[in-house]
Design a protein around this ligand. Structure first.
Ligand code: PLP
Length: 392
């Protein structure tokens, strides 16, 4: 169908909701005051911030005083990991091999400052075995950072089991902080940091149909954090700089929508993902699903991300062939795809050779339709057949 556009790269970024666009425009046209100004225009702008903060806090079930707006998920993660100073607490951090580069590269910077970092392995599905965490914990571990949903293969980490491991230690009097990168879980799964005893949690607006360049860090009220930026002391002193009022306004609207809809979203998107995975596996002999088995009763399987390998073909070539048919997918995480030849996530899961080279990520959103999925299955099968005939 010429001219058809099917956007299945929602883990890279999402299309903003029309209500979000409207709120951003309104904030730029009407609420352009500086929220710190004392006059009416300032007060109006600060009201926009208050409303958005309440909406984001409500979407996470936390207090609005615990939300710090940042310039996106990456900044929220940097603030969390660098803002928790080691020193008196210890000098050992634990994370996993499948984290986003925002976590892994921040850990590299921590190492340069003398922090010791343990990077835990995952199983063949990309899932951390909580016993690995138990074994790695040391007396001087001061921070654990484990993501909620992996952005490349959609593995859902066992946060409840991790919470139980950490709760045991804390009951014994250990001061140990836990950061969760919930960027890909937010809006799809229930994200409730207080219920899990999470101290710091990062989210990003553009993954949930909000604007780019705005995110939030949940900082549990008991958590001591140092700011990264020196300046005017905005955001409870944790993120200086005049606030991005239009971006935050849009984020607030997106947060209110996802809070309303999150309960129904997972089931709807999962059934589309299953249709896509089953359809491709049936139509393309040899296709391999990377990551947790695609079953509704599998708690390790995220509803929106399907990563499939087509052995004998290169992911990049497949990507551009699908693009010619109006279908937008990714070879892995968007940030890594231009520079990085092989996904660190698939490698950590034990993938090698053709499975690494031939991987494609399809990521869905509440805007995805059955017709788009059926078109994608049909076109993927056709493209793979053509390419196999050409190259093999
Ligand atoms: N963490 C995960 C799991 C992500 O998928 C992303 C974005 O791809 C980020 C962090 C970074 O978020 P942002 O693009 O808002 O900086």
């Amino acid at each position: 169908m010429p001219g058809r556009q099917v956007y299945l790269d929602n883990s890279a970024t999402t299309r903003p909701y029309p209500e979000v666009v409207q709120a951003v425009v309104e904030a730029m046209e009407v609420y352009y005051g500086n929220p710190s100004s004392l006059h009416k225009k300032g007060v109006e702008a600060s009201r926009v911030l208050i409303q958005a903060r309440e909406a984001v806090a409500a979407s996470l079930g936390v207090g609005s005083g615990e939300i710090v707006f940042t310039g996106g998920g990456t900044e929220a993660i940097n603030l969390a990991l660098k803002g928790v100073l080691p020193g008196r607490r210890g000098r050992h951090v634990i994370t996993t091999a499948v984290e986003h580069p925002a976590v892994l590269n921040t850990c590299e910077q921590l190492k340069a400052q003398g922090v010791e970092v343990t990077v835990l392995p995952v199983d063949g599905q990309g899932v951390l075995e909580p016993g690995q965490l138990q074994k790695a914990l040391r007396d001087d571990t001061y921070l654990v950072s484990v993501m909620y949903v992996n952005n490349e293969v959609g593995a859902v980490q066992p946060l409840e089991e991790i919470a139980a491991v950490l709760a045991d230690l804390r009951r014994g009097g250990r001061k140990l902080l836990w950061h969760v990168d919930a960027v890909q879980a937010y809006g799809k799964l229930s994200v409730r940091p207080r219920e899990l005893g999470v101290d710091l949690l990062s989210v990003s607006a553009h993954k949930v149909h909000g604007p780019k360049g705005v995110g939030a860090l949940y900082v549990a009220s008991h958590t001591q954090l140092q700011p990264l930026l020196a300046g005017g002391g905005q955001e409870h002193g944790l993120r200086s700089g005049t606030e991005n009022v239009p971006g935050i306004a849009g984020f607030g609207v997106a947060a209110a929508i996802i809070a309303r809809e999150v309960k129904g979203v997972a089931g709807k998107i999962f059934s589309l993902k299953k249709r896509l995975v089953d359809g491709i596996m049936a139509a393309v002999p040899g296709a391999v699903l990377n990551g947790p088995a695609c079953r509704q009763d599998n708690p390790r399987c995220a509803p929106q991300i399907a990563n499939l390998s087509f052995p004998g073909l290169r992911g990049e070539i497949l990507l551009h062939s699908l693009e010619e048919r109006g279908i937008y997918v990714s070879t892995g995480s968007a940030c890594a795809s231009r520079k990085n030849p092989g996904s660190h996530v698939l490698k950590a899961m034990g993938a090698t050779g053709e499975l690494l080279e031939g991987a494609l990520r399809f990521s869905l959103s509440p805007m995805t339709t059955v017709e788009e999925i059926d078109y994608t299955v049909e076109q993927t099968a056709a493209v793979v057949r053509e390419l196999y005939a050409l190259y093999n």
